[in-house]
Design a protein around this ligand. Structure first.
Ligand SMILES: O=C(O)CCC(=O)C(=O)O
Ligand SMILES: [Fe+2]
Length: 189
């Protein structure tokens, strides 16, 4: 966990710097955050992989995901042309997903990536994501220095902890209404 968090901070700093800001600009938002988490995913073999998905299409809610895939493929990302492509597993490398928090911070300069996991008839699969997420107290919105009269904020600010609570209140049950999304906070588009 500690090593993953350290790597996540480094990546965050590089991305923040790439937008012309001091690298530590958002550091405080993640200090002592208790919403970051490590998960282990297990995908058993599936007799009818064409009828099922391991994880259906989604974008990660967090800032960044650091994912170790093992050596069995299954992860697919959606390209701009709408095609799904396989992310070839490399057990020596992490896959980094940009999540919704970076999209909001950056006022859409960085876009969170849509992805899904397909299952396999012959071999089970494991994956190990670390989700790097701000503290619950953070009021999240586009970083003010990135907005101006010419570049209006594309999101209104919202409290991150309350957002997560509302988003996961359903505890993965289908309540028949769409889950809360960052798009619910979109303005000026
Ligand atoms: O299993 C994977 O490769 C990715 C899993 C995933 O997208 C997730 O846990 O959010
Ligand atoms: Fe994901």
């Amino acid at each position: 966990m500690e090593a993953a968090e350290k790597l996540a901070f480094t990546l965050l700093e590089l991305m923040v710097e790439s937008m012309g800001l001091p690298p530590c600009r958002t550091h405080k938002h993640f200090e002592s955050s208790r919403t970051s988490l490590f998960r282990m995913n297990h995908y058993p073999v599936c007799p009818a992989p064409e009828l099922a998905l391991g994880v259906s299409r989604h974008k990660d809610t967090v800032a960044l995901t650091i994912l170790l895939q093992g050596d069995v493929e299954g992860l697919e990302v959606k390209c701009q042309d709408g095609e799904w492509i396989t992310v070839k597993p490399n057990p020596e490398a992490f896959v980094i997903n940009v999540g919704d928090v970076m999209q909001v911070y950056s006022n859409d300069k960085y876009q969170s990536i849509e992805h899904r996991v397909v299952v396999n008839k012959n071999v089970e699969r494991y994956s190990f994501p670390y989700f790097f997420s701000p503290g619950h107290w953070v009021d999240l919105g586009p970083i003010p220095e990135l907005t101006s009269d010419q570049c209006l904020p594309k999101y209104k600010s919202f409290n991150w902890g309350k957002y997560l609570k509302r988003r996961f209140d359903s505890n993965y049950k289908d309540l028949g209404v769409p889950n809360l999304q960052i798009s619910d906070y979109r303005v000026n588009v």
